[in-house]
Structure formats: structure tokens, C-alpha cells
Write a protein that binds this ligand. Structure first.
Ligand SMILES: Nc1nc2c(c(=O)[nH]1)N[C@H]1C(S)=C(S)[C@@H](COP(=O)(O)OP(=O)(O)OC[C@H]3O[C@@H](n4cnc5c(=O)[nH]c(N)nc54)[C@H](O)[C@@H]3O)O[C@H]1N2
Ligand SMILES: Nc1nc2c(c(=O)[nH]1)N[C@H]1C(S)=C(S)[C@@H](COP(=O)(O)OP(=O)(O)OC[C@H]3O[C@@H](n4cnc5c(=O)[nH]c(N)nc54)[C@H](O)[C@@H]3O)O[C@H]1N2
Ligand code: SF4
Ligand SMILES: [Mo]
Length: 740
């Protein structure tokens, strides 16, 4: 028997832990964490329940989609037949050509999800075809941070948390104890055990918050008020870094005035946080340099308050002198490997196609025009943001175009690593859009509710059967990953190969798709660093060595420090560029009706709903089919305080029905859990569907039972927030009643 140890990476969440695979006669029989490659944590394989799926799902014949499947009967019948790859790809490309001839290339939409696969192959396909309509979750995940850090500092940052240096760490709207139970969280929990200062800003007492030195619990979406209150305390106590503010920040006076608009008592009333806690957190953060501040998903999803908050957070780092400083944060540099921008081929999308983008012209940044404007600033330091993710079409506009044919017809969609019927806002609208399309193609591992609405489901290769690669969204000079352990079993293919095959059938050239598979594509990607794929397989990591204080580097032409890639060359606490796009010169706070007024507590049965708090062992809409996971966490839960439960007449464990105040007839089923969370707020799980239930319409395997996105809406109010178009997942006026 031939036994070999091969390097590979788990990809059952976005962290890509390094493993050694034991391969016996071509089959993987064992996995052990690989201490020689990043990211390695000795205890991950003990704490993480998911990595064993690498073995159980690899050869799975029941749940996995293993062959190209074509719909039988009406769309949504839930019935499929196996066809050959050639048949599937020939039919898809013929239909797509017909639709493009009839309606123009923008008739094709695409959808991506979380960090599952590399998405640039799909984006290249869309660019070369000529469609701007790729949807992403960007406006509510990651983009707000990237956009606002870039607008404030000239480029994005990475928190440089170093337990031996960092004097204080703020985690704002992020719960790595459950969302990232790998290396990062373990480093933080050890830091806290060793006496490190941790401030957690979370509406709930999350597992992370339970470890905090100070826990600040803002009412959902009031974070901007809290951030300004912290700034006020820091300024009033003389805790700012005066020299740095004088030399490297612009707009301080206006920023300070905005911070002083409200007294601490007023801020306390709005946020539901005691003044003493605000003062103590400000002191810990400002007087223990270097200090890091990392924000997360919780505050990427607060609608009109998202972009303003991230500007104030960026300013908090700046006024305390914590920008591009070891132990605080590092201003990223552009990749030394092929950038996402080059790989996705955005320069090939014509002006006419860009003008068909549904975010034009009112998204000041998250649009093609916005991206072009931003590049003029950042280009000063030769930095160009990746385009596709940061211009991604607002899904609500794409779905509405599919339903109404306005402003033009969206007739086809490709979903890659996404389950929009469960994870995108407004499930009913998404369903209507899918029903009206002429062509639906889904690249998947399993028959998700979205796959059940497809005409063709194409079997995607998963972890350890394809190489893994994480390039930090293309904004950093750092990437990691590794090779596959084995070829994909059955007839599964890598997403890259599927899209390339479709591209060639659509008439795109081999020159535009020079690599025949993902391994070749990744070798090509890292080649500019001078590293071969063979060496990358061993080290698992590529990129430049980190540098700090880069604004001080001398510009050879002027002999002056190069500064920051912003309008003023300084960090912009007040931002005239954003002002020219309709945002405030300094950010404001925008109360949301029905959430930030008294109606929540005054009207019977009402709460403010937040959604999607991450819990182990699930990931978004994934792994609900795994029996041991369902045993460990059998029911979707909605958390609320004991006082809120009493007001609603509910008790621990009660089945309850949750509805939006404006659509009382749409109700979802979840189960009450009493926890430590701000009164008047309830936190519902997301991602739930029931794979064991019947496939096909009307139920789509329980897609309409507990799915919280039946209650969310993707619509955005561009008046207060004319930059990104972030919709609300956290802060929805709802009613909850006991299920009789
Ligand atoms: N209400 C609410 N909604 C939310 C959120 C929230 O907090 N609240 N969070 C949002 C966020 S931040 C995100 S990132 C999204 C996540 O949303 P999604 O990414 O759509 O959800 P997942 O379940 O992670 O993955 C979708 C599908 O991808 C498939 N898949 C996994 N890997 C691959 C692959 O390599 N190739 C292919 N072709 N398919 C693959 C899985 O089988 C799964 O069915 O949800 C968003 N939706
Ligand atoms: N187990 C698991 N892990 C995951 C995922 C998963 O689905 N499951 N998804 C992955 C993905 S796609 C992402 S984007 C990351 C996200 O990872 P994180 O950014 O860490 O997001 P969460 O773990 O949801 O933590 C967000 C916290 O914000 C709090 N919150 C909600 N509303 C507000 C508010 O208005 N203000 C404040 N201050 N806090 C608020 C919630 O209570 C929650 O505890 O996780 C990744 N990891
Ligand atoms: S933390 Fe994520 S990448 Fe690491 S072993 Fe677990 S599922 Fe796999
Ligand atoms: Mo995400």
C-alpha cells in the first residue's frame, strides 16, 4: 500500500488551517494539524468541530452534489437528472448567448457569499462578458471598513495585535470566540489571561465580551454616539497624541466639535451605557499605547450608521497616535503578487457596461464611478483597490430589476459559493426574482434552497480536493494557502475550471484564461514575488515583510515625507472628498425610526431585532445537514434579557414567532434563550433551513420556517449614507409572540 503525507488546508471556514493529509492509495485517511505552516494552532483540531468534515464530506455519496445536474419539470420542482459536463456547459452557454443577444450582457447577474472560494474567476467571467451586475455581501461585510479606512488613511489597515506589545485592544461588534475560534481568538484569550486590557463593544454579552476588562453594550446602531463619546473623553482629558494630530491629521477642530455636540449623559441615554464605563474604556484605550481597534460584522450591518461609524473609529485610532504603529495597526501595502484587480480583469469592463451598473450614480463609493474616483486619490501612492467586490451591485436593485424589468431585464444568474435564498436580505423578493429568471446556474456542494431553484447545479470541489488561497481581499501584501491533497472524486470540479470552461464556450479567449486549473492559476498569481508553487506548498505564505510609519518615507521627487494617499496627504478626520459625495465633512449619527425612539418599549410585543450573531458549530447557512451538529445545536434561538422576555410574556425555551412590524403576516419560528443583552433587544440566529425536509417548492427544505432573512430588507436610504448603500441586519423593528 502506498502511503504519503501531503500538505493541504481545511476550508470548512474562512481560516484555512494548515493540515497534513495521510493519503493511502489515492484516498485521504487521516488529517493532522501541520505545525510548519500558517495558520497553525495546536488546539484548533480539538476545539473545532468542523475539520472532520474534510474526511466525511470528501467521499460522501448522499448529500454532496457529485455530478452536473439538470432540472426536471418546472423550476423549483426539486427534481434533477444527471447530465454530462459537456451537455450542461453546452446548454448553459447556448442559453446565455441567446439572452445576451436579446437583452445585452448586463442581463446576467452573479452572486457570491462568504470566504469560500477565490471569486476572481467569476468576476473575470463577468468582466469579459460585459456585465457589472455581480452581487456580493460586501456592503454589509468588510467593505465599510475597507472604504472608510481608505478614505481616512489612504489605504486599508490590518490590526497588528501583538500580545507582547499591545497595551489595549478594542473589539467592536465582533465576537471572535465564536466567529474565529482558531489561532486569533486563542491569542486574544491568552492575552487577557496574562492581564491584557480588552474592551468589547457588543450589544450582547458574547463569549468574547465575557472575557473583557470592560464590556460596553450599545443599543443597536448607536455606536457612532458611543465612539464620539469616547473621543470626547480622550480630548477633554488631554489623552490625544498632540504631535501626531498636529502634523498628520486634518479636520481635528471640526471632529472635536462633533464629539462635543452631545454631553456624556446624553450619549449614555442614547447608547444605554453608563458614563463611568465610557470614561473607563476611553482611559484604557488612550493611556495604554500601542492600542488596537478591530471592528466586525455587528457594526458592518447598521444601515445608514455603518459608514459614519467606521469613520469615527478610524479617527479614534488617529487621534491617539495608533496608526501604522507596531502593536496597534499596520497600514497595508499593495500586493507584491498579482493583485485581485489584475486577476479579475476589471480594466476590461467597458464604459458602457459600467454605466449599466445599478449602483450608479447614487452610491458615491460603492459603484464604478466611485471606485474610479477613489483610485485617483490612492493612486498617488500607486495603490488601486480591487474593483469587483468594492463595486458590487446592491442585491435589492438586481432582484427588483429581475422582477420588474426596470431599468432593464435581468434574466440570468450564476451563484458561486452563495445561498441567497437564505443569506441575502428579503427572502420573498429573492424567490420572486429567481422565479422570473430565464436561466439559473448554481455551483454548489449540496442541494441548498438556492440550488433547488436552479436549472443547472454544477458540482464544486471543496476543501482538500482543490488548492486553498486567502489573499485578504487583495488589499494587503500577504497571502497564504496550500495545495490540494487529492483530485476531486466523482465528477466534481474546481470553481475555477467550471468558470473557465464556460468562458471558453462563451467565446472568451485562452489568453484571458491562461491557467488550465486553479493550481496553475495560483502559481501564476504568486510568481511576481519570486516564489514558485513548489516553495509555496512548503511555506504556505507569500508577500512582503511588514513595515510601519510609512507616511514618513521620503518621496524621492519632493524630498518630503510621502504622507497618506488622501486629498490633504494627511489622515482626514474631516473629509472634503466625502463631503463632495454628499456625506458630512465629519460623520453624523442618524436615528432610525422605530428603533431609536420610544416606540420599541412602548408598543406591546415590540423589540429591536439584531440578526446573525455567529455561533459554533454552524457557518451561515452551512452544515445544517450534519447530524452531530444538529444534535449539539438543534434549534434556532432568539436571545433576549429576562426583563424583555417577561414583558413579552415569554420564558426560556418557548417557541415564538417573530415578524417585522410592517409585515405582520410573515413570521419565523425560533426558540427563546434568556441571556445578558440590552433590554428591548432580541438577537435572532440566521442561516436556518432544514435539509431533511422535502426539496422543491413550496418549502425548499424548510427555507421559510426559521430563516431570519424573511424579516430583513435590502433597501437603503441613500440620503444619510450616500457612499456604500449598507442595508440593515442589526436594528429592525419587530414583534415577538409565543407560538400557541
Ligand atoms: N440576516 C443576516 N444575514 C446575513 C448575515 C447576518 O449576519 N445576518 N451575514 C452576512 C454575511 S457577513 C455573509 S458573509 C453571508 C454568508 O452567506 P453565504 O456565503 O451565502 O452562506 P454560506 O452558508 O456560508 O455559503 C453558501 C453556500 O456556499 C457553498 N459553498 C461553500 N464553499 C464553496 C465553494 O468553494 N464553491 C462553491 N461553489 N460553493 C461553496 C455552501 O455549500 C453553501 O451552501 O451571509 C450574510 N447574510
Ligand atoms: N461559527 C461561525 N463563524 C463565522 C461565521 C458563521 O456564520 N458562523 N461567519 C463568518 C463570516 S462570513 C463573518 S463576516 C464573520 C463575522 O465575524 P464577527 O465580525 O466576529 O461577527 P459576529 O461573531 O457575528 O459578532 C458580531 C457581534 O456584534 C454584535 N452586534 C450586533 N449588533 C450590534 C450593534 O449594533 N452594535 C454593536 N456594537 N454590536 C452589535 C452581536 O451581538 C455579535 O456578538 O464570521 C465568520 N465566522
Ligand atoms: S477553524 Fe476553520 S479552517 Fe480551521 S480546522 Fe476549523 S473549520 Fe477548518
Ligand atoms: Mo461575512
Amino acid at each position: 500500500m502506498a502511503i504519503e503525507i501531503r500538505k493541504t488546508n481545511c476550508h470548512y471556514c474562512g481560516y484555512l488551517c494548515a493540515f497534513d493529509a495521510t493519503v493511502e492509495d489515492g484516498s485521504v485517511t487521516e488529517l493532522t494539524p501541520d505545525p510548519t505552516r500558517y495558520p497553525y494552532d495546536a488546539s484548533t483540531s480539538k476545539r473545532c468541530r468542523r475539520w472532520k468534515l474534510n474526511l466525511s464530506k470528501l467521499y460522501d455519496e448522499d448529500v454532496r452534489v457529485n455530478y452536473p445536474m439538470r432540472r426536471v419539470g418546472e423550476r423549483g420542482s426539486g427534481k434533477f437528472e444527471r447530465v454530462s459536463w459537456d451537455t450542461a456547459l453546452d446548454e448553459i452557454s447556448a442559453k446565455l448567448k441567446q439572452l445576451v443577444d436579446e437583452y445585452g450582457p448586463w442581463t446576467l447577474a452573479s452572486a457570491i457569499g462568504g470566504p469560500h472560494a477565490v471569486y476572481w474567476p467569476l468576476h473575470r467571467f463577468m468582466n469579459l462578458l460585459g456585465s457589472p451586475n455581480n452581487m456580493g455581501i460586501g456592503p454589509i461585510c468588510w467593505n465599510p471598513r475597507i472604504w472608510m479606512d481608505t478614505m481616512t488613511y489612504g489605504w486599508s489597515i490590518e490590526v497588528n495585535f501583538d500580545p507582547s506589545l499591545t497595551g489595549c485592544l478594542i473589539l467592536w461588534g465582533t465576537n471572535p470566540a465564536e466567529s474565529d475560534n482558531s489561532l486569533f481568538w486563542r491569542t486574544i484569550s491568552q492575552y487577557v489571561k496574562g492581564g491584557g486590557n480588552l474592551i468589547v463593544v457588543d450589544t450582547r454579552l458574547s463569549v468574547t465580551a465575557a472575557h473583557a476588562t470592560v464590556w460596553l453594550h450599545p443599543y443597536p446602531g448607536t455606536d457612532t454616539v458611543l465612539a464620539y463619546a469616547l473621543a470626547r473623553v480622550i480630548i477633554d482629558n488631554g489623552w490625544i497624541d498632540e504631535e501626531f494630530v498636529r502634523d498628520w491629521c486634518s479636520g481635528f477642530e471640526e471632529f472635536s466639535a462633533a464629539a462635543h455636540e452631545r454631553s456624556l449623559e446624553e450619549a449614555s441615554e442614547i447608547t444605554h451605557i453608563a458614563v463611568d464605563d465610557i470614561v473607563e474604556a476611553a482611559r484604557l484605550f488612550a493611556t495604554n499605547p500601542p492600542a488596537g481597534l478591530l471592528s466586525g460584522r455587528g457594526v458592518d450591518q447598521i444601515g445608514p450608521n455603518t459608514a459614519p461609524l467606521h469613520r469615527v473609529l478610524a479617527s479614534l485610532r488617529a487621534i491617539t497616535g495608533n496608526v501604522d504603529v507596531p502593536g496597534a495597526c499596520r497600514l497595508n501595502t499593495a500586493p507584491s503578487f498579482l493583485s485581485e484587480l489584475e486577476l479579475e480583469g476589471s480594466d476590461r469592463l467597458s464604459g458602457e457596461s459600467r454605466a449599466h451598473g445599478l449602483n450608479e450614480p447614487d452610491c458615491g463609493l460603492q459603484s464604478w464611478a466611485g471606485w474610479e474616483r477613489a483610485c485617483k486619490l490612492t493612486g498617488k501612492l500607486d495603490r488601486y483597490l480591487p474593483a469587483r467586490y468594492l463595486t458590487s451591485a446592491l442585491p435589492v436593485r438586481v432582484w427588483k430589476a429581475a422582477v420588474t424589468d426596470e431599468p432593464y431585464r435581468i434574466s440570468a444568474i450564476i451563484c458561486d459559493g452563495a445561498n441567497p435564498l437564505v443569506t441575502y436580505a428579503d427572502t420573498k423578493l429573492v424567490l420572486e426574482a429567481f422565479k422570473r429568471m430565464d436561466l439559473v446556474v448554481v455551483l454548489e456542494y449540496l442541494m441548498s434552497p438556492t440550488a433547488q431553484m436552479a436549472d443547472y447545479v454544477l458540482p464544486a470541489a471543496g476543501a482538500i480536493e482543490r488548492p486553498a488561497f486567502q489573499a485578504m481581499g487583495g488589499v494587503e501584501d500577504f497571502c497564504y494557502g496550500g495545495p490540494r491533497a487529492v483530485e476531486p472524486p466523482f465528477e466534481r470540479k474546481e470553481d475555477y475550471e467550471i468558470l473557465r470552461a464556460l468562458a471558453l464556450r462563451m467565446g472568451q479567449s485562452e489568453e484571458d484564461w491562461p491557467a488550465k486549473d486553479l493550481t496553475e492559476e495560483l502559481a501564476r498569481t504568486i510568481a511576481p514575488t519570486g516564489m514558485s508553487w513548489e516553495n509555496f506548498k512548503i511555506s504556505g505564505i507569500a508577500g512582503g515583510s511588514p513595515q510601519f510609519y510609512k507616511h514618513l518615507i521620503t518621496n524621492p521627487e519632493t524630498g518630503e515625507p510621502q504622507g497618506f494617499a488622501t486629498t490633504s496627504g494627511k489622515i482626514e478626520l474631516g473629509n472634503s472628498f466625502l463631503e463632495s459625495l454628499g456625506a458630512g465633512y465629519v460623520p453624523g449619527w442618524f436615528p432610525v425610526p422605530g428603533v431609536h425612539d420610544d416606540s420599541v418599549l412602548e408598543e406591546e410585543g415590540c423589540v429591536t431585532l439584531i440578526t446573525g450573531a455567529r455561533k459554533q458549530p454552524y457557518w451561515a447557512s452551512s452544515y445544517f445537514e450534519v447530524p452531530s451538529f444538529r444534535k449539539a445545536h438543534p434549534k434556532p434561538t432568539v436571545e433576549m434579557s429576562a426583563a424583555t422576555a417577561a414583558r413579552l410574556g415569554l420564558e426560556e425555551g418557548d417557541a415564538c414567532l417573530i415578524s417585522r412590524k410592517d409585515t405582520p403576516d410573515i413570521e419565523i419560528l425560533q426558540y427563546v434563550t434568556i441571556s445578558d443583552i440590552v433590554d428591548g433587544v432580541a438577537s435572532a440566529e440566521y442561516g436556518w433551513w432544514y435539509p431533511e425536509e422535502e426539496k422543491g417548492l413550496p418549502g425548499l427544505s424548510g427555507c421559510f420556517t426559521s430563516n431570519v432573512n424573511l424579516l430583513t430588507r435590502g433597501t437603503v436610504d441613500m440620503t444619510p449614507e450616500p457612499l456604500i448603500g449598507t442595508w440593515i441586519y442589526n436594528g429592525i423593528p419587530c414583534r415577538i409572540r409565543r407560538k400557541d
